[in-house]
Design a protein around this ligand. Structure first.
Ligand SMILES: NC(=O)CC[C@H](N)C(=O)O
Length: 379
C-alpha cells in the first residue's frame, strides 16, 4: 500500500496510507460525527473544497450503491478515515467506497489516528489541509520526498474557506422539474445553491411540483413558474459572499411569497433580514446534533453540515425590514442559531437538514410547516 500524508496548515502532520485516488488534494479539514451515511455526506455539494474527517473509526462497511447519492458526484476534496472496510457487505452495494473514490479521482488517506486529528481540529478550529499520496513519497519512511516544509508551504498558499464563493460552481446550469408524487397541490421555485437530491424529493412527497432553478435565477425566472412558495437550498462556501441570492430573497420577501430556506438558505435569510454571519470554530457536521424548536419546546436530533452561522439575538424578537423576526431553533450543544422565523409574513428557515439524508427524520415536520404556509396564503 502506498504511503500518504495529511498536512495541516498549522504544521501538524499525520502519516497513513493512500485511500481512494492517489495524488494530492487541498481543502478545509473538517470532521463529521455521523457513524453512517458516508455516501450522502460525500455527495453533498455543501462539502465542496472540504477534506472530511470521519470520526467513526470504520468506514466503507456498506460499500457504495446506486441509490443514495445526493448529487451527480462526490464533492468533498478529500476523505480521511481510520480503518476502511476490507470487504464491503450490503445487499445494495455495487462496489467498494475505495473503488468509488478512485473512480471519481478523490484523494483520501487511511490508517491515521482520526481521534487525535478530531481533537486537534476541535481545539484549534477547522483549517486548511492537504493530502499527498503515492508518487513523490518515500515509501520506506512515509516522509514526503518533497520535504514536509514544502508541503506545508503549499497548504498555506491555499485560499481560506472564509470569503469563499462556491455555490455557483456546484449549482445546476439548467432549470429542471421534480414532479409531485401523486396529486399536485403546489408549485415551488427552488433556488439551487448546492441542493441535495433528497430535498426536492421531500417536497414532491407532499404534492409539491418543484422547479429547481440555477443559482443565478432572477426574480423574473422565479415568478415565471407562478410559485406558491420559494425555497433556498443548502450550499458550500461563505454566506457573506452570496449577495446575488440575498438580493433575490429580498425580492421574494417584498412580495410576501411563502419562503423556506435550509442551511445556506437560512444564512441568506439572516442576511436578508439584516443580521450578520460568522465562521464557527469547527462547525457542526454529523447526524446526531440536538436542536430545540423554541416554538414548541420540542427537542429533535438532527443532521448538520455547517461551518458558518447567523448572528441573531436569542433572547428577543428583532425588528427587521420585513417585520418581527425571531430565532426559532437553537443548537443545545452551543446555543448556535439553528432557525429563523418571521412573525409578520410567511417565511422561515433552518440551519440544519430536515431532509435527513443521512440522518434521523425528527425534523421532517418542517416540510409540513412550509406546506401550511402555502395553504395559509391561499386561504
Ligand atoms: N450545508 C450548508 O448549506 C452549509 C452552509 C455554509 N456553506 C456553511 O458552511 O455554513
Amino acid at each position: 500500500m502506498l504511503p500518504a500524508v495529511l498536512v495541516l496548515e498549522d504544521g501538524r502532520i499525520f502519516r497513513g496510507r493512500a485511500y481512494g485516488a492517489v495524488g494530492e488534494t487541498f481543502g478545509e479539514a473538517v470532521f463529521s460525527t455521523g457513524m453512517t451515511g458516508y455516501q450522502e455526506t460525500l455527495t453533498d455539494p455543501s462539502y465542496d473544497r472540504q477534506i472530511v474527517v470521519a470520526t467513526a473509526p470504520q468506514i466503507g462497511n456498506t460499500g457504495w450503491n446506486d441509490e443514495d447519492d445526493e448529487s451527480g458526484r462526490i464533492w468533498v476534496s478529500g476523505y480521511v478515515v481510520r480503518d476502511p472496510a476490507r470487504v464491503p457487505s450490503n445487499w445494495r452495494a455495487k462496489r467498494s467506497l475505495d473503488d468509488e473514490l478512485e473512480r471519481q479521482g478523490v484523494v483520501g488517506i487511511s490508517g491515521i489516528d482520526t481521534r487525535a486529528l478530531t481533537r486537534h481540529l476541535r481545539e484549534r478550529g477547522s483549517m486548511r489541509a492537504g493530502i499527498f499520496s503515492g508518487t513523490g513519497l518515500d515509501s520506506a519512511s512515509g516522509a514526503g520526498v518533497a520535504p514536509d516544509a514544502e508541503l506545508l508551504e503549499r497548504v498555506q498558499a491555499q485560499p481560506h474557506m472564509k470569503g469563499a464563493s462556491l455555490y455557483e460552481e456546484v449549482a445546476t446550469q439548467e432549470a429542471y422539474v421534480v414532479p409531485a408524487v401523486g396529486e399536485k397541490r403546489f408549485t415551488v421555485a427552488a433556488i439551487d445553491l448546492g441542493i441535495k437530491g433528497m430535498t426536492p424529493h421531500r417536497m414532491a412527497e407532499r404534492g409539491i411540483e418543484v422547479h429547481v432553478l440555477p443559482a443565478t435565477a432572477t426574480a423574473d425566472d422565479v415568478y415565471a413558474v407562478a410559485p406558491d412558495g420559494v425555497f433556498f437550498s443548502n450550499g458550500p462556501g461563505d454566506p457573506a459572499t452570496a449577495d446575488g441570492p440575498v438580493a433575490l430573497m429580498t425580492a421574494v420577501l417584498e412580495r410576501r411569497t411563502p419562503l423556506f430556506g435550509i442551511c445556506f438558505g437560512n444564512q441568506i435569510l439572516g442576511r436578508a433580514l439584516g443580521f450578520g454571519t460568522y465562521k464557527l470554530k469547527y462547525g457542526h457536521r454529523g447526524i446526531n446534533q440536538p436542536v430545540q424548536d423554541r416554538t414548541t419546546g420540542k427537542v429533535e436530533v438532527t443532521a448538520h453540515n455547517h461551518g458558518f452561522a447567523v448572528d441573531a439575538p436569542l433572547d428577543k424578537v428583532s425588528e427587521t425590514k420585513f417585520g418581527r423576526a425571531e430565532v426559532s431553533h437553537v443548537c443545545l450543544n452551543d446555543d448556535v442559531v439553528e432557525g429563523l422565523q418571521l412573525l409578520d409574513q410567511p417565511a422561515f428557515s433552518v440551519q440544519y437538514h430536515p431532509e435527513a439524508a443521512a440522518g434521523p427524520h425528527d425534523a421532517a415536520y418542517l416540510f409540513d410547516r412550509f406546506v401550511s404556509l402555502m395553504e395559509g396564503q391561499r386561504a
